[in-house]
Design a protein around this ligand. Sequence first.
Ligand SMILES: *[C@@H]1O[C@H](CO)[C@@H](O)[C@H](O)[C@H]1NC(C)=O
Ligand SMILES: *[C@@H]1O[C@H](CO)[C@@H](O)[C@H](O)[C@H]1NC(C)=O
Ligand SMILES: *[C@@H]1O[C@H](CO)[C@@H](O)[C@H](O)[C@H]1NC(C)=O
Ligand SMILES: *[C@@H]1O[C@H](CO)[C@@H](O)[C@H](O)[C@H]1NC(C)=O
Ligand SMILES: *[C@@H]1O[C@H](CO)[C@@H](O)[C@H](O)[C@H]1NC(C)=O
Ligand SMILES: *[C@@H]1O[C@H](CO)[C@@H](O)[C@H](O)[C@H]1NC(C)=O
Ligand SMILES: *[C@@H]1O[C@H](CO)[C@@H](O)[C@H](O)[C@H]1NC(C)=O
Ligand SMILES: *[C@@H]1O[C@H](CO)[C@@H](O)[C@H](O)[C@H]1NC(C)=O
Ligand SMILES: *[C@@H]1O[C@H](CO)[C@@H](O)[C@H](O)[C@H]1NC(C)=O
Length: 536
Amino acid sequence: MPLPAHLTLLGFAAAVVAMRDSRSACSAFEPTNITNVALTNPPTYFPANALVNISNEYSSIDVSSLPAFCRVELTITTNTTAGSFALTEVWLPDDWNGRVLTVGNGGLAGGVTVAELGHVAVPQGFAGISTNTGHDGDTDDGTWAGPHNDNAIADWGWRALHLSVIAGKEVVQQYYSTPANKSYYLGCSTGTLKEVQDFPEDFDGVIVGSPANWQTHLQAWSIHMNLNTEPSTSPHFMTEDTWNNVLAPEVMRQCDSLDGLVDGIINDPRNCAFRPETLTCRPGQDASTCLTPDQISALQRIYAPYYEADQTYIFGGYYPGGETEYYHGLVGKTQFKIGKAYFQFMVTNDTDWTIHDYNATLLNLTDELDVGQSNAINPNITGYVGPQHNGKLIQYVGWADQLISPGNSIYYYETVHQWTRANTNLDIDDFYRLFTVPGMNHCHGGFAANAFGGVEQASNNNPPLSFDPQHNVLAAIVQWVEDGIAPDNFTAANYNSNDVANGVGFTRPLCRYPSTLKYQSGDPNDATSFECVSNF
Ligand SMILES: *[C@@H]1O[C@H](CO)[C@@H](O)[C@H](O)[C@H]1NC(C)=O
Ligand SMILES: *[C@@H]1O[C@H](CO)[C@@H](O)[C@H](O)[C@H]1NC(C)=O
Ligand SMILES: *[C@@H]1O[C@H](CO)[C@@H](O)[C@H](O)[C@H]1NC(C)=O
Ligand SMILES: *[C@@H]1O[C@H](CO)[C@@H](O)[C@H](O)[C@H]1NC(C)=O
Ligand SMILES: *[C@@H]1O[C@H](CO)[C@@H](O)[C@H](O)[C@H]1NC(C)=O
Ligand SMILES: *[C@@H]1O[C@H](CO)[C@@H](O)[C@H](O)[C@H]1NC(C)=O
Ligand SMILES: *[C@@H]1O[C@H](CO)[C@@H](O)[C@H](O)[C@H]1NC(C)=O
Ligand SMILES: *[C@@H]1O[C@H](CO)[C@@H](O)[C@H](O)[C@H]1NC(C)=O
Ligand SMILES: *[C@@H]1O[C@H](CO)[C@@H](O)[C@H](O)[C@H]1NC(C)=O
């Protein structure tokens, strides 16, 4: 049997030469003639399986399993008058698939998402782009924004990402001496419906997980949620023990069987009209096993959409099924830092502002300012999805999201659906599909089949079962854009204790909204025992 080429002496020598060529091409690379773009550092070449140990205030990676790539670090001037800039990286694999993938950020951060460049883009052959969004800082630090750091706020709101995509594509073209065939986006949370609405040329395919596309309302809602339980000395506060050991079992008792299987996962919480009053303390009952009227009315607000007094819709609520995580979301002991920082450093510019100063007037002011123009709520996305551009959009959300109500994903989808029907003869199914993930928390985690190729999954030890389009949302958008085959459902994996090292616990389909996941018959750990059905 002949040896594979790379094991023959000649093949080995050729590989060494090829690597030396890539290495020198990488270190000699300099972007030429790209306006407002310069190298931050000389490019660095990482041979296959070299140690890649890179970190910043937001994201880090420490692996020795990547294919060979060239790391290019750029400084992009975002406003020449002000001298504001963003740090952006482009990771260029030797074994390139001809596509670029931009990965997103989270919260108020503050750092190139090196984890996803390394865990998602490069291993699948994409040239990867990511920006620090114009400042350094972790997810919940807002001090960089104030006072009145308008350019940094605009960069975070949308500008750094847009300019990074333009510069990144140019770098890709110069490095490989040919333009990328297609441009994709994959992110969760701080996201990019903005590009879909305002810069349709940036991408051909976009995947957004639980997007923070309505910052003004999202941040107001996070304060509203906090106020439902804060302070921890108040009668409406509930301890972590109450969430985990009183609320969680009662939610499961009321709703777990509705999808045909008692398994600790509520497949579709739209079905579950959770009634916390069943937990009302009876005379003499141990207070740690039941709820007071104050706590019950707090829960009624927590599980309801948030409306202003005049019935203006503000945001969705929590959905039953994520109780064991909600204490660590917006209704626990510690105040939610992102919402508070947003109001302190961007809206009121008052560092003494506390969540107890929040009121409806402030919500109106927030909407009026829309600092950094970060809101991306335009239902008209025809510039991106219409016949001129033909872009595709996949969205997903975990039903047990503890940071951004799944109601937000549904609300945006429904506004686009309605607008499109009223104003065009396009069919939303041809360009925009939303998938719901039973039991998954914000972007990843939870007791759920929660591994399907989204960001923050592989980097948290939950890689997709395979890179094919049925198991990997990134391959699915590529197949939709390039071959016209739209995804109908995914097969997601749960790994025991959410760690691939422990083996697969179960697999489940992810259904396309508005359909719902029902158990049929057979092995409950096997996705083929379930169906997506339209009536829930
Ligand atoms: C630089 O870019 C400008 C504008 O795109 C173009 O007109 C010019 O020919 C370019 N110069 C070189 C040396 O490539
Ligand atoms: C990666 O860098 C960190 C910080 O410098 C260090 O603590 C860690 O040991 C490094 N990892 C490896 C595998 O060298
Ligand atoms: C650029 O920054 C200057 C100085 O802060 C500001 O006056 C101007 O409006 C900014 N331009 C844009 C397009 O943001
Ligand atoms: C771009 O697509 C064309 C047509 O499918 C293909 O021939 C070419 O190899 C692709 N380019 C790259 C760089 O992969
Ligand atoms: C707070 O600062 C931001 C950024 O400069 C500005 O847009 C906003 O108008 C300020 N808020 C108020 C209430 O003045
Ligand atoms: C609402 O909050 C703002 C800022 O904290 C304050 O100036 C205003 O007086 C408050 N309005 C009401 C009606 O309480
Ligand atoms: C906020 O704005 C809405 C719509 O413009 C208006 O109906 C409402 O009265 C305003 N609320 C406050 C408290 O100013
Ligand atoms: C929707 O957006 C497209 C592209 O920006 C624009 O041409 C069109 O006029 C818009 N349609 C309506 C009804 O506003
Ligand atoms: C997933 O989609 C495929 C292709 O349309 C279909 O055959 C299959 O029944 C779907 N699975 C579920 C669980 O809906």
